[in-house]
Design a protein around this ligand. Structure first.
Ligand code: GDP
Ligand code: MG
Length: 598
């Protein structure tokens, strides 16, 4: 029986521990990719992944491994991202697998996302194969790392694989471990079709491409299928696997990981987490699916040209198919026109979305500063959710403002305890607990406002601990805070997209910082531009942008339309995004000034 020779597994790890490089070696060893087509981290095929050198999307490939027992095994390997913002990709990948390879960098040891990701795998009852990677490094400590895995995570690592994904050492042994340790998929091929949609993408020619894991039954071209939650029905036009290029197959059966297309053009009809079944013989119950992720931060996305609003909507809808965590709804701004308020899982997610919209959908965008969602308790007791700082009601009309708090767990070598605690306290953190994981590591738990950690907490944490500390966080709930809304006025006009919320104790210092930065970032005009920060009607900080001397940059930002057009075109090409607000031109960097603290 074919299922006996199938192995489905994900590769999980903290960022940079070598998942994608290990996938490269596995693809090479099995001749899945021709030598001449091979390149580093070949599964990181999106432009944004290659530019940044990180994995953003899960990527499922099929390959054939000729094992020592003489049999050919079909491996479905899913490479996953390591950054916390993309853990939704990891949990969806794991739901399609029986096993996971837990890669741990032998020079770094166990880090926060190692723990977070392995817990996801344990929760799903997957067989976990620990793999100590980068053993070629002089600083590698395989034995210490194994002990850490046992002490910190609590799984047996005595039989862990040891690899150098870079040079291929140990990878053949790991392949054998996959064959022997990871169970073959179960599931009744003769039963009704149940296929879990764990990912999707939009293709201009084929329509929606569903990535599926079949748990029972089989599917082939011509079958009438139904989305069990969405209820929509389609006729299958192609089934196949990625290897890593798409290869059409006659059918997919229980245990397989592959794709289905069905000329689905209406992107709203399919959903990640849904179950595909057949119309003539439907399954009784859908598969469990996934818990939806709630966005952590919101920001406005506006086309630099107002006429591109509809195009942006279409692009967002298509992107959402491939990025299930993305949320958006239309909003308008006096300064920026029509755009969308978008919800993201974190700042990296936000900048990846922006880049994908530009690279894959050819949009030119202005993004406003990210903000968490506040709750304003109004005088009449009503609660108003505030996703855009500008919408914060006036101080006189509110009883209280609440902000989201998170439980932050920082994992650090014990010698940095002092530095980590100081950082957390400076950011309004309340100490909860500390626990020694082993002799050298502790995890420290703080309750902190989400707004204090989403921006640059990571950078500060890394620099204060020589890169050795890592952290994760989860939402705790809303707590009242002494917050104020600060408006920014340019040339006397409030620019709604620049408003921000600050704790009262930082209001003056942040306002001063903000106007000073805007003064530097906003191009001069032929008139003086006052930049002011205000709480209500009260101005609390001010700077002035001096006019330029006429002869130097004279006509650059003047009224001449053809020049303006040329300029806009040039900006678009150079991705120097700007927006004219009244008579003032505001560059993209100005919208971000609010949260990039030095
Ligand atoms: P991922 O984030 O877990 O997918 O990690 P990548 O596969 O992108 O690798 C991160 C970095 O570590 C890259 O620069 C790789 O070349 C490097 N790397 C991966 N595996 C090894 C290894 O076994 N030895 C050494 N020396 N470097 C490695
Ligand atoms: Mg990777």
């Amino acid at each position: 029986q074919r299922q006996k020779y199938i192995r489905n597994f994900s590769i999980v790890a903290h960022i940079d521990h070598g998942k994608s490089t290990l996938a490269d070696r596995i693809l090479e060893l099995t001749d899945t990719v021709a030598k001449r087509d091979m390149k580093n981290q070949i599964l990181d095929n999106m432009p944004v992944e290659r530019e940044r050198g990180i994995t953003v999307k899960l990527n499922a490939v099929q390959l054939t491994y000729h094992a020592k027992d003489g049999h050919d095994y079909i491996f479905h390997l899913i490479d996953t991202p390591g950054h916390a913002d993309f853990s939704y990709e990891v949990s969806r990948s794991l739901a399609a697998c029986e096993g996971a390879i837990l890669v741990v960098d032998a020079s770094q040891g166990v880090e926060a996302q190692t723990i977070a990701n392995v817990y996801l795998a344990i929760k799903d009852n997957l067989k976990i194969i620990p793999d100590i990677n980068k053993i070629d490094l002089p600083s590698a400590q395989p034995e210490k790392t194994k002990k850490e895995i046992e002490d910190v995570i609590g799984i047996d690592a005595s039989n862990a694989a040891e690899t150098s994904a870079k040079y291929g050492t140990g990878v053949p042994d790991l392949m054998e471990k996959i064959v022997h340790d990871i169970p073959a998929p179960k599931g009744d091929v003769a039963g009704p079709l149940k296929a879990l949609v764990f990912d999707s993408a939009y293709d201009d020619y084929r329509g929606v491409v569903l990535s599926v894991r079949l748990y029972s039954g089989y599917v082939k071209v011509g079958d009438r299928i139904r989305m069990m939650n969405g209820k929509h029905e389609f006729t299958v036009t192609e089934v196949g696997v990625n290897s890593p290029k798409p290869i059409a197959k006659k059918y997919l059966m229980a245990g397989d990981v592959g794709y289905i297309t069905a000329s689905i053009k209406d992107i709203t009809t399919t959903r990640v987490g849904d179950t595909v079944t057949k119309v003539d013989r439907p399954a009784k119950h859908p598969l469990p699916g996934y818990k939806e992720r709630k966005p952590m931060v919101y920001a406005g996305l506006y086309p630099t040209s107002n006429s591109k609003f509809e195009e942006l909507r279409e692009s967002l809808e298509k992107l959402k198919l491939n990025d299930a965590a993305l949320e958006f709804k239309p909003e308008s701004s006096k300064a920026l026109g029509f755009g969308f308020r978008c919800g993201f899982l974190g700042l990296l997610h936000m900048s990846v979305v922006q880049e994908r919209l530009e690279q894959e959908f050819n949009m030119s965008l202005i993004t406003t500063a990210p903000s968490v969602t506040y709750k304003a308790i109004l005088n009449d007791g009503k609660v108003k959710k505030v996703e855009n700082p500008y919408d914060m009601p006036d101080p006189g009309t509110t009883k209280e403002i609440e902000e989201p708090y998170v439980k932050v767990t920082v994992m650090t070598p014990s010698k940095y305890i002092g530095a980590v605690m100081k950082l957390c306290q400076d950011r309004r953190g309340q100490y909860k607990t500390m626990r020694y994981l082993d002799k050298y590591h502790v995890d420290i738990v703080y309750s902190m406002p989400l707004s204090e950690i989403i921006y640059d907490f990571y950078d500060h944490l890394k620099s204060k601990t020589r890169g050795y500390a890592s952290y994760t966080y989860e939402l705790e709930g809303y707590k009242p805070s002494d917050l104020v809304k600060i408006d920014i006025l340019l040339n006397g006009d409030k620019v709604d997209a620049l408003s921000f919320i600050s704790h009262r104790s930082f209001a003056y210092s942040r306002s001063r910082e903000m106007v000073t930065k805007l003064k530097k970032l906003i191009p001069r005009q032929n008139f003086e531009i006052p930049v002011q920060a205000a709480i209500g009607a009260k101005i609390i900080a001010r700077a002035t942008i001096k006019p330029y001397r006429k002869d130097v940059t004279g006509p650059l930002y003047g009224g001449d339309q053809t020049r303006k057009d040329k300029l806009l075109k040039k900006q678009k090409e150079g991705k120097k995004r700007m927006k004219a607000v009244g008579k003032v031109v505001i560059p993209q960097s100005a919208f971000m000034a609010v949260f990039k603290t030095d």
